[in-house]
Design a protein around this ligand. Structure first.
Ligand code: PTT
Ligand code: SF4
Length: 606
């Protein structure tokens, strides 16, 4: 069999219904065409998930995947992708989580772990190299993610990798996530609910082998150079002080900080939840393994507990809800981590419910900035109690039930992350075309757009979104490493082909990487088309609020998106990608990417 340094060519395939497992030796073409991580996840879902499967049923496949760079010497390589059909959107869903589990997966010798079927009793899986055991999890069911991880580490040793869910995943809250290391959380579109539906409380993994690479010495050399560049970057010191929290001040100054359920892009009390304020009460720093620029800023919340903060969390659970005390916002952040739900979706759901109450669509005694009541409502949502049960379904379904679709802030069912787009057409396009619904991860184009031109809808913006999607959503999600060294401290992108060459022996150019990214994007889009039974441009439209209700405050007061011009931009996006005017990849585009088996479906719907 062909040797492929950088890949083990092993996929651990676990059937929870039968409690069996096997190792699938996949062929090298998959590695060459899809690289790893998100690429492997979509290939596996496309080939092996029964079309139309219930995301919360046994036929959904839950995929954990590392990439060639994961866990090896190099910049911030302690990450893995978790993917499945999303219970929130009904389409492709994934997330990227930093965890020791990523390193152990690599060292145990698996490029991916696939979980199919469902257990009838709570279970956790213990993996140690070639050993796979199904263990009873009755004693862990109902416990929060932090407690579960501590108990499992006590039992299996402190160095093990643990991926777990909290009670929200068990209760099938549609935006439940997978949690690790008391503050890393991944899989925004409900990957934790998929785990919960399978009654899989946790995976504990230990790997003891040394991964094979093409040129060990060269890898160490390139890695050392990159790590040195990171530390020498003029941006490093500021990053280590505030991490993503510096974005609060920046977003407010540029009218993109969500406030009051995205009615506004400025928050009058932004300085109280800012990175500068955070610095004054910061008690420490932690982060993902294999990282020399760790960014988890720890503070004590208003209930005396330790929490890690990030921009998205603080914006969505702070300014978006009118909350102006960082220590209170941190309580909501901690609850989200312990219960195991996505902070972005939780913030959007709470904002939606507060506004629905204000408009008398629902009877609820809560308003903006009322911490105590918002905290209670958050607990109701994650526990599916009362009106909280409606919120647990996400804002799209909540609006279908209560009314209010104009202010339900989502695309394809995934709640928008923390950048207001009243005056940001490119960022709105990034949300609209993200492969998982409205997430900023694939194209955080806003920083560029602010400098370029806030109000244009030109092709330059379309091309920029695609370029970012290729790098962020392609390279970093398939090679699987953290993108922050490049995004935040300016590490030169040319390091990544060098690292890939040292690991795999393959000389990738950036064009080769872009082709892999385009292939992944096209197949993900075909997965959505297959699951939705066709496609409509309306699925790719941002929330109506940004078109209909202008900003009423701040320097950009009066701004809103123009629907016709946005549609033109979307058409230009489809054209650049070789997709039809309905948003379906053309059969010839698919064939040119080597995705011939998807072409017949495209012929039907393009
Ligand atoms: C990510 C999304 C983000 S993006 C944030 S803050 W960010 C929120 N964090 C949450 C959290 O915390 N707790 C919680 N209960 N829910 C949360 N939801 C939100 O999830 C994260 C970092 C961050 S912090 C970002 S941008 C970068 N994301 C990367 C990515 O997507 N890919 C990649 N190759 N590298 C990345 N590096 C950075 O990682 P999702 P993490 Mg996350 C507490 O999971 O589903 O991708 O959504 O994984 O280990 O916590 O690292 O300003
Ligand atoms: Fe994790 Fe932050 Fe390091 Fe990225 S920079 S690997 S998110 S700690």
């Amino acid at each position: 069999m062909e040797r492929l340094p950088g890949w083990t060519k092993n996929i651990l395939w676990i059937d929870l219904t039968r409690r069996t497992w096997r190792v699938w030796r996949y062929d090298g073409a998959m590695a060459r065409m899809f690289l790893g991580g998100r690429g492997f996840a979509i290939k596996i879902l496309w080939d092996f998930m029964r079309p139309g499967a219930d995301p919360l049923g046994p036929d959904n496949l839950l995929v954990f995947a590392v990439g060639p760079l994961t866990g090896l010497p190099g910049p911030s390589t302690g990450k893995l992708v978790v993917a499945a059909k999303s219970p929130l959107t009904g389409g492709y869903g994934d997330g990227n989580i930093g965890s020791r589990a990523a390193l152990h997966m690599k060292a145990a010798g698996y490029d991916a772990i696939v979980v199919e079927g469902a257990s009838d009793r709570p279970v956790y899986i213990y993996i140690e190299d070639d050993k796979v055991e199904f263990r009873d999890a009755d004693h862990l069911w109902g416990l929060d993610a932090f407690t579960v991880e501590r108990r499992l580490l006590r039992e299996h040793g402190r160095g093990a990798g643990v991926l777990t869910i909290g009670p929200a995943g068990e209760k099938l809250v549609r935006f439940a996530t997978v949690v690790s290391q008391e503050g890393r959380s991944g899989g925004r579109p409900g990957m934790g609910a998929v785990m919960g539906a399978k009654k899989l409380k946790a995976i504990v993994i230990r790997g003891t082998r040394t991964p094979e690479v093409f040129d060990e010495d060269e890898l160490r050399r390139v890695a050392a150079e990159a790590l040195r560049d990171i530390k020498r970057s003029p941006l490093y010191e500021g990053w280590m002080r505030q991490g993503t929290m510096a974005t609060i001040q920046w977003a407010n100054a540029n009218s993109v900080l969500p406030a009051y359920n995205f009615r506004e892009g400025v928050f009058e009390e932004a300085d109280k939840i800012s990175g500068d304020y955070m610095e004054r009460i910061k008690i420490g720093q932690r982060g993902c393994p294999n990282c020399n620029m760790v960014c988890g800023n720890m503070i004590r919340d208003s209930e005396g507990q330790v929490v890690e903060l990030d921009y998205e969390n603080v914006a969505m659970l702070g300014s978006n809800l009118g909350l102006a005390r960082l220590e209170d916002v941190a309580v909501l952040n901690r609850l989200a981590d312990m219960y195991g739900v996505d902070t972005i979706s939780l913030g959007a759901v709470l904002g939606f419910l507060i506004e629905a109450a204000e408009r008398k669509l629902v009877e609820l005694d809560v308003s903006w900035g009322e911490f105590r009541r918002i905290r209670e409502l958050a607990e109701d949502v994650v526990n599916r109690r009362g009106v909280g049960n409606i919120g647990a379904e996400g804002v799209k379904r909540a609006a279908e039930r209560l009314g209010g679709s104009d202010f339900a802030m989502h695309v394809k069912g995934l709640e928008v992350s923390a950048y207001d787009c009243h005056a940001a057409p490119a960022m709105a396009l990034a949300y609209a075309t993200s492969p998982i619904g409205a997430h900023h991860k694939d194209a955080w184009v806003i920083a560029w757009e602010v400098k370029y031109n806030r109000f244009s809808y030109d092709r330059e913006k379309v091309r920029k979104v695609i370029e970012l999607q290729r790098v962020r959503g392609g390279l970093f999600e398939a090679a699987v490493a953290c993108r922050f060294p490049w995004v935040e401290v300016g590490l030169d992108l040319s390091y990544y082909p060098r690292l890939l060459k040292a690991v795999t022996g393959v000389s990738y150019t950036m064009d080769d990487i872009y082709t892999i990214a385009d292939r992944i994007y096209a197949l993900i889009r075909m997965f959505w088309v297959r699951e939705y039974g066709g496609w409509s441009v309306e699925y790719d439209m941002p929330p109506p609020r940004w078109f209909k209700e202008p900003l009423t405050k701040g320097p950009l007061k009066g701004s809103r998106l123009d629907r016709d011009r946005f549609l033109e931009m979307l058409m230009a996006y489809y054209e650049e990608r070789g997709w039809s005017r309905r948003g379906v990849p053309k059969p010839e585009t698919l064939r040119s990417l080597g995705l011939d088996d998807a072409a017949p479906l495209a012929e039907r719907y393009a």
